[in-house]
Write a protein that binds this ligand. Structure first.
Ligand code: PLP
Length: 426
């Protein structure tokens, strides 16, 4: 029936409930093993970067004459920093090219801000009784776990289609000097897929001026900077330019990596900031390593420089049908019933599905019982606690199209079944 579930009569609801229950029981007999929880590239995407292997071919010498086989260059090879600059859209002298994980660099920045400060003066978050970071929700679970692991508090900020609720962020930061920063995934945000609007980028660049703390930092995790599904790509406003103009560059630190460009876990990570901040980070890094893997830096620079967009277009060719299948299934199965909303991102790795309050854990359990693994309910909220228990993150990239199609049928069936049961018992 093609109408909102709220308009169903008691008889219609009972008939639908019975039909869905039968469909669900049939599925249970199928011994499915489906997975929509893996936010990682599929093998065909990884194969796009197999050419990395041929990039050295005995020539280990970087453009500036550096022998990449040897120690040194803590800020990274110049051509790797150039690559980071191209991805993050900042000048190369503001970039450190590091090892294989941007999460690792986020850990470095947060731990440095906490224990020593980022500016080489007396400011450090540990001087405050209860340092906390603003966490736009839903958001990226590893930002939350990293923050929690350092015993730093988390304060929710709502997400809008244009990015974090800036008024709320300003109000919270202005009211409490314990609030030391904000996590941001500005392009194709994890999990909503939104791209921060220009005024939000501008406002975030100035947020440290509104904050009560004098050591406030915008943690700008641009993990999906070039992960567009359509070309020409959507342009994110430059927070680097906005911060330079506002005189706040010391309070914006950016991150990126090639994890979902080349090999996940086998690529390069970048951190960008003011010279003052980079100096402190370099100092901290020097206690941890004599330098990153420059051979891999050289390999990546040779492989990607001058062809980054073409490479990302090849990823998009593989990913567009997957995102289209997810969106088409959600529309076909759920739209008319008016029982859920979802995002339709133009890039990145996720689709965010919002159900009626109280149903996310129920849907995840129903799906699990018939062989579909989903990201745990609540994972997109700090401490795994979604206050309304309604958000489900869909990760369409890793599964093949056939698996994805079957998984989306199961997911939408579970959403319908759980919603009808809830409405029946209301
Ligand atoms: C927003 C975001 N940041 C960072 C990462 C991890 O990046 P890396 O592999 O560079 O540590 C991910 C991976 O899913 C992510 O979604």
């Amino acid at each position: 029936m093609n109408k909102p579930l709220a308009e169903y009569s008691a008889e219609e609801l009972a008939a639908l409930s019975g039909a869905l229950q039968r469909e669900y029981e049939l599925l249970a007999g199928n011994r499915l093993a489906l997975d929509l929880s893996r936010g990682k590239p599929a093998a065909d995407q990884l194969s796009l970067s197999d050419g990395l292997e041929n990039m050295i071919a005995g020539n280990y010498t970087a453009a500036d004459g550096t022998d990449t086989r040897n120690y040194g260059q803590l800020r990274g090879l110049p051509e790797a920093r150039e690559l980071g600059a191209e991805i993050l859209q900042v000048p190369a002298e503001h970039v450190i090219a590091g090892g294989n994980s941007s999460l690792n660099l986020m850990h470095l920045v947060v731990s440095t801000a906490l224990s020593k400060g980022l500016w080489g003066d007396s400011r450090a978050w540990r001087n405050s009784p209860q340092p906390a970071i603003l966490t736009p929700v839903p958001g990226y679970d590893r930002h939350f776990t990293l923050t929690e692991a350092m015993a730093i508090g988390m304060v929710h900020v709502g997400m809008t289609a244009d990015g974090p609720d800036l008024d709320q962020a300003r109000e919270l930061a202005a009211a409490d000097a314990n609030i030391k920063g904000i996590w941001c995934v500005p392009k194709y945000s994890n999990p909503t897929g939104c791209v921060y609007a220009d005024p939000v980028v501008e406002g975030l660049a100035r947020l440290c001026n509104d904050a009560a703390a004098d050591d406030f930092v915008v943690l700008w995790d641009n993990a999906y900077a070039v992960h567009d599904l359509h070309f020409p790509p959507l342009q994110l406003a430059s927070i680097h330019a906005a911060a330079e103009q506002a005189g706040t560059l010391d309070h914006v630190v950016q991150f990126g990596s090639t994890s979902k460009i080349t090999f996940a876990g086998g690529g390069l990570a970048f951190v960008a900031g003011s010279q003052r901040v980079l100096t402190q980070l370099e100092r901290q890094l020097s206690f941890m390593t004599i330098g990153a893997d420059k051979v891999n830096q050289l390999r990546h620079a040779r492989f990607l420089r001058g062809r980054l967009e073409a490479h990302m277009q090849a990823h998009a060719e593989l990913l567009r049908p997957k995102f289209a299948l997810v969106i088409d299934t959600l529309r076909r199965e759920l739209q008319a019933l008016d029982i859920a909303t979802w995002t339709e991102p133009q890039g990145g790795y996720f689709v965010s599905l919002d159900l009626r309050p109280g149903l996310a854990s129920e849907v995840v359990s129903l799906a699990k019982a018939v062989g579909l693994s989903l990201t745990p309910a609540g994972a997109t909220y700090p401490r795994g606690e979604d206050p309304e228990d309604r958000n489900v993150r869909i990760a369409p990239t890793f599964a093949g199209l056939n698996e994805l199609e079957a998984a989306m049928q199961v997911l939408t069936l579970c959403v319908k079944l759980a919603t009808v049961r809830q409405q029946n018992s209301a």
